[in-house]
Design a protein around this ligand. Structure first.
Ligand code: 13P
Ligand code: SF4
Length: 308
């Protein structure tokens, strides 16, 4: 593992002091830069981060991730100050569903249950009956009554995967994650040829034909659990490349190969240690959510958390 550089060591020290002063907790997603993951109090997948945000007794949450994650933290912990060190860190998948469009679709499907992937805006969550993440989507869909149609928003690949696994018919939104959707079955076959015997582990945001070639399909947190428990010594990882860092950290004796070198989420890399430090100094940028939207979105998020 690479040695941290002196500048990062100094920034991490300053962040540690500021964190105490502000009574803050730093939450980071697995796709964040290694040095940002290292300064965090908790690193996890979307569900684990939402659970942490709901449970923390810190006064300030510094969210090292993308906008929808910090927004979910604010919805779940409205009395806390939620800081997103880089306000421009969005999720293009979340932007593929607008609240008005979801409302219009609901009108075409009277009585439907709207299940919304956590990668979505607060306004879209507010239009939903229940939220899911990639780690609990199967559980969420299986918990729903069979006699009502289900609208699944916004990730079509995740919806397709969940539909095939549960045998439930879902009406899918045609959104996708550009990072995962770009991974092809040819690239999986090439990676297998290069690393024979290594299990292929992919995220459910991948295309169906990629999922069909995988040995295991899981959220980022699920991937970590799988490789820890597996007897295999090498793995091909089909998700954003930031995930390689926590996998290698958790299992230093195992080998992890990216399924494709292009799997990078630029938004996840916008957060730097400098920005984390300045967020704690300035107590900005703060995430706020309209109170009416917040209450409705909270209901859908809370229903998911009760199941998890
Ligand atoms: P996880 O919930 O698996 O961490 O996924 C988050 C995400 O943004 C995937 O692209
Ligand atoms: Fe959004 Fe995809 Fe980036 Fe995850 S990897 S934050 S789904 S764009």
């Amino acid at each position: 593992m690479e040695q941290p550089d002196a500048k990062n060591v100094e920034l991490s020290r300053e962040i540690g002091e500021l964190k105490e002063k502000r009574r803050a907790v730093i939450l980071a997603h697995f796709y964040q830069r290694p040095e940002v993951q290292d300064v965090a109090d908790f690193v996890g997948d979307s569900l684990q981060l939402a659970q942490q945000a709901a449970a923390t007794d810190a006064e300030v949450i510094v969210f090292c991730g993308v906008y929808f994650m910090a927004e979910s933290a604010k919805i779940l912990s409205p009395d806390k100050t939620v800081l997103l060190p880089e306000l421009e860190a969005g999720c293009p998948l979340a932007d593929m569903a607008a609240a008005e469009a979801v409302r219009a679709r609901k009108e075409e499907m009277p009585g439907c249950t709207v299940v919304t992937y956590v990668n979505s805006s607060a306004a879209v969550k507010a239009e939903s009956d229940i939220v899911c993440t990639s780690s609990n989507a199967l559980k969420v869909i299986s918990s729903l009554p069979e006699d009502k149609p289900i609208l699944f928003v916004p990730d079509g690949n995740l919806g397709n995967y969940v539909s095939r696994m549960t045998g439930r018919t879902l009406t899918l939104w045609d959104g996708y994650c550009h990072v995962h959707n770009r991974l092809t079955s040819e690239e999986i076959k090439a990676a297998r040829a290069e690393h024979p015997g290594a299990p292929v582990v992919v995220h459910p945001e991948c295309r169906p034909e990629v999922i069909d070639l995988a040995d295991h399909v899981a959220s980022t947190g699920g991937m970590l659990k799988y490789v820890r428990n597996s007897q295999a010594s090498s793995f091909i990882i089909g998700t954003e490349q930031g995930m390689l860092y926590p996998l290698r950290k958790a299992c230093p004796d195992k080998n992890f190969y990216p399924a494709a070198r292009h799997m990078l989420c630029p938004n996840m890399k916008l957060t730097t240690l400098e920005k984390v430090k300045w967020a704690l100094v300035d107590m900005e940028p703060r995430i706020e959510v309209d109170p009416e939207i917040r209450l409705k979105a909270r209901r859908a998020l809370a229903r998911m958390l009760e199941l998890s």
